[in-house]
Design a protein around this ligand. Structure first.
Ligand SMILES: [Ca+2]
Length: 189
């Protein structure tokens, strides 16, 4: 992922491409933007970026997850914690719901929320509240500490979501240790 690769939408009819990894005022990202995926309804694009100038709340160079609202032109910072603060560690994986309202994402192994603890965590960001909740919840209410991951097509159109987790504490009946298991949850539309 060399350089500051822009995120571009190409129009085959007019043979033009519209850059979308820019702020509403037209400021180009000062870091690489990559891995773009559409919401199923086509109203939003999720992408990763190391830029620190796409949103005033993200001031670090760690990979963050953004949503470009193709209707309003706004860029939404999705990798936020339970308090709505920008998560300052690398985001490893992400998916966007069919309507673009929700973003599920997996953090690197050093951040959950206050207090911090170790482990890859899965968060679910809700654009309507501007906050996230933790999906990587152990059966006893604690946090898991082994790797969890969402694939880009993790959301169904009806709001269900699947992800993988290697932590045996997701389920009290998980006896296969840290072998990855698949989990299903629902967040709505
Ligand atoms: Ca960042």
């Amino acid at each position: 992922m060399p350089g500051a690769a822009p995120t571009v939408v190409h129009d085959l009819d007019t043979n033009t491409a519209e850059i979308i990894s820019v702020t509403p005022s037209g400021v180009f990202a000062n870091g690489s933007s990559d891995q773009p995926i559409f919401s199923d309804d086509g109203t939003a694009v999720l992408f990763f970026s190391t830029a620190d100038n796409l949103h005033p709340d993200d001031t670090d160079r760690a990979y963050s997850v953004y949503v470009k609202d193709l209707v309003t032109g706004q860029i939404i910072l999705a990798s936020r914690d339970l308090n709505g603060d920008s998560i300052p560690v690398r985001i490893r994986s992400a998916a966007i719901s069919a309507t673009g309202r929700y973003v599920a994402f997996g953090t690197d192994g050093s951040y959950t929320e206050i207090p911090r603890s170790s482990g890859y965590q899965i968060f679910l960001f809700d654009r309507q509240t501007g906050r996230s909740r933790v999906l990587s919840q152990a059966f006893d209410g604690g946090r898991v500490t082994n790797r969890s991951w969402v694939q880009p097509e993790a959301f169904a159109r009806d709001g269900r979501l699947v992800f993988e987790g290697r932590d045996p504490n997701y389920d009290v009946n998980d006896l296969n240790g840290t072998k990855a298991d698949i989990y299903l949850t629902a967040c709505g539309l």
